[in-house]
Write a protein that binds this ligand. Structure first.
Ligand code: FE2
Length: 397
């Protein structure tokens, strides 16, 4: 009964998304929280009509002490940064656009750098669905790939109340397809209006290869320090995160490689940092669709090992895989709705990684940070509108 109710909600929700073009005012997308720092966060939304918009932010739910933060440009897509916030504090906010108020939502700022306060984040990715597209039928063992599968995962993640989520890329099938982007944010609306998103570029964000001209996603994603969304680093408490863009050049000598080496070197010496975690999209080790990446194994792993990286999260293949090599955990969690990649290419069954666990399921990874300890719980989700989930694996680091 509960599953049928969820399925009906999914259908009604998607129908509402598909008819939004009939509405002329108000919120087309969002508001969406992005990148919770200890003293700031950003809010993105898209309105039907251009305006300058603003955000009310308050320390109390009644909003009586609200401050108004105005958008700096007139546009349909709005990115408003809230600054001068206090660490680990709940704030209430309300975006206003085209004369319409969003619901009052809230978020909690990050602990300051070096803080040992416990926190929880969830990693997921490859939510790009592929309903009714021709090639879906060519993947004979494919499962999932429907909006209802993505909704099941998003709903399940929301039930675990993370402090933030990391999406490791392939949000959409095509970063040039605005309807695809709208559908992603419609499905994630409940989660991302309350839980800040940390984004990672996947290859599907760029239709026709990596180029700003080949994607609209950079209009919707916000890096923590401003500038163009691509690769970046940020700290949350005692954890340092390095976000890589595996669609951009990443070989030794490239701008991104130099940034990565400098960043990892710095973080490894920082006494406030207990854990270095990488989030990227394309596979390093994999026994399914895309297999191992010889280039990443050769170029990236030596730096990861040199600078004491604990975990490398990635997706690209649509299943769950866990490898350990030289004390680094490589976790493939590309199961947020895209068609499942069964192990179907014999040549990829051999891998340079040490495979600990494989499961071709919808999935995500809960990470609880307790000072120097990391407790991971991988959960598989039923799908097709059913958000029931079960444990795949628990990992203590
Ligand atoms: Fe991908």
């Amino acid at each position: 009964m509960k599953n049928r109710f969820l399925l009906v909600c999914c259908i009604l929700f998607l129908l509402s998304c598909s008819h939004i073009t009939n509405i002329k005012k108000g919120f087309k997308i969002g508001p969406v929280l992005q990148v919770a720092n200890y003293d700031s966060t950003s809010i993105m939304w898209e309105s039907y009509a251009e305006d300058t918009g603003f955000v009310r932010v308050a320390s109390k739910k009644d909003m009586k002490d609200a401050k108004i933060i105005n958008d700096t440009i007139t546009s349909k897509i709005h990115k408003v940064k809230l600054t001068d916030l206090v660490q680990t504090t709940r704030y209430y906010y309300q975006a206003v656009t085209n004369g319409k108020d969003s619901p009052i939502e809230s978020f909690v700022t990050a602990p300051s750098k070096g803080s040992k306060s416990p926190f929880r984040f969830i990693v997921y990715g490859d939510s790009r669905v592929a309903p009714n597209i021709p090639y879906l039928h060519l993947i004979k063992d494919s499962k999932f790939g429907r909006h209802e599968d993505h909704m099941s995962v998003s709903s399940s993640i929301f039930s675990y109340s993370p402090d933030f989520v990391i999406h490791i890329g392939d949000f959409v099938l095509s970063g040039l397809d605005l309807e695809d982007i709208y559908n992603f944010f419609c499905i994630e609306k409940e989660l991302l209006s309350k839980v800040p998103l940390v984004g990672v570029y996947g290859n599907h964000e760029f239709k026709g290869g990596y180029s700003e001209d080949n994607s609209h996603m950079d209009d919707y994603l916000i890096p923590p320090e401003g500038g163009t969304f691509s690769w970046y680093q940020y700290n949350y408490g005692n954890v340092h995160f390095l976000i890589l863009n595996t669609s951009a050049p990443l070989s030794p000598g490239s701008e991104q490689y130099n940034f990565m080496e400098e960043d990892l070197s710095s973080a490894s010496k920082d006494l406030n940092i207990n854990h270095i975690i990488i989030a990227m999209h394309k596979t390093i080790f994999s026994i399914s669709g895309h297999g191992d990446s010889k280039n990443f194994i050769k170029n990236l792993i030596p730096l990861f090992e040199k600078y004491g990286v604990k975990i490398v999260f990635y997706g690209h293949d649509h299943d769950y895989q866990h490898f350990i090599k030289n004390n680094i955990h490589y976790i493939l969690t590309g199961g947020a709705g895209a068609p499942a990649h069964e192990v179907r290419r014999e040549k990829y069954k051999t891998t340079e990684g040490n495979l600990i666990k494989y499961n071709p399921c919808l999935n995500y990874v809960i990470v609880d940070v307790y000072g120097k300890n990391l407790e991971l719980e991988v959960r598989k989700v039923q799908g097709n509108g059913n958000s029931a989930s079960a444990v795949v694996e628990k990992i203590d680091i």
